[in-house]
Design a protein around this ligand. Structure first.
Ligand code: MG
Length: 299
């Protein structure tokens, strides 16, 4: 199942992406579709039995399938309830390039590096990213696999972790490196408005059993900058959920960004940063691609 949030006929809708188009049960007159959730968080809150049931009755809804070209894809969760939880240095090759770029010796990660991005950084899968030269001259890319929590919990064991996952999405942890390193904590440099484009879909956990064997890549103006595989994460999704929930309660709708592989701009020689006019494309096999144009901020 491929869940989307979109705008159709000037209304926000939660829908399901099909091969034949987009199913928007909110438009259906079928009795099965009454009380269809108004947004993705409400859908997630309905819980696993609702998600399982809808697979049964969705195919019978024929009065609400529209062409995919008639909808505007929005961030699957437009306004998360809490900051996006992010892992840093969670691919070994990226950890190595990051340590080298800051002149430090390479250390093995004993514990995940964890920080957050503000909810106001959320951007649509095809939304523009504003580059504001009053804030940064070092805007950088980080393609990441996003995990959306479906069932909350605390002290979740690794072997039960996937029961708590709603699904997976593509996101880019766009980072202002000058701000990130100047303030010591990552939060500000990771939280610029629009610096967390995500989507275009959330693929249901059950539909993606091979989540740790997916090609993950990022390009700028068609030139590949990052290309890797989700099998190379230092802390896998089950470990990450276990570690995070061992300290704080995870809740339905929480988003975890699982870290980026090597090839980020600031670690390149010479360093490269995003410029106005650039097209940033972030892609994960079997989930999809998001494309974001860098535009000048209106000042
Ligand atoms: Mg990151």
């Amino acid at each position: 199942v491929r869940y989307i949030t979109c705008r159709y006929d000037n209304q926000e809708q939660v829908g399901i992406e099909l091969e034949t188009g987009v199913c928007l049960p909110g438009l259906s007159n079928d009795s099965a579709a009454k009380d269809w959730p108004a947004d993705m968080l409400q859908l997630i809150d309905r819980g696993p039995s609702f998600w399982a049931d809808l697979i049964e009755w969705l195919p019978s809804l024929t009065d609400c399938v529209v062409p995919s070209t008639s909808v505007d894809y929005l961030a699957p969760i437009i306004r998360p309830r809490k900051n996006i939880i992010c892992l840093g240095l969670n691919y070994k090759d990226h950890a190595e390039e990051a340590f080298k770029a800051s002149g430090k010796s390479v250390k093995e990660q004993q514990h995940p590096v964890v920080f957050t991005k503000s909810v106001t950084s959320v951007n649509g899968p095809f939304g523009n990213i504003e580059l504001d030269d009053r804030i940064t001259s070092e805007l950088d890319w980080e393609v990441e696999l996003g995990v959306v929590i479906g069932v909350g919990g605390k002290h979740i064991a690794e072997e039960n972790a996937y029961e708590h996952v709603f699904g997976y999405t593509v996101l880019n942890d766009v980072s202002a490196r000058d701000v990130q390193f100047r303030h010591r904590q990552y939060f500000l440099g990771k939280s610029l408005d629009g610096a967390c484009p995500m989507g275009p879909v959330i693929v249901a956990q059950q539909s993606l059993p091979d989540v740790h064997d997916l090609t993950i890549s990022c390009s700028v103006n068609g030139e590949t900058k990052q290309s890797n595989n989700t099998s190379n994460q230092t802390f896998n999704i089950a470990q990450t959920i276990s570690i995070l929930s061992g300290i704080m309660t995870l809740e339905p709708g929480d988003i975890i960004a699982t870290g980026t592989p090597s090839g980020v701009g600031y670690a390149r020689k010479p360093p490269e940063f995003l410029q106005v006019g650039d097209l940033l494309k972030s892609e994960i096999e079997k989930i999809g691609a998001i494309e974001n144009k860098i535009v000048a901020a209106v000042q």
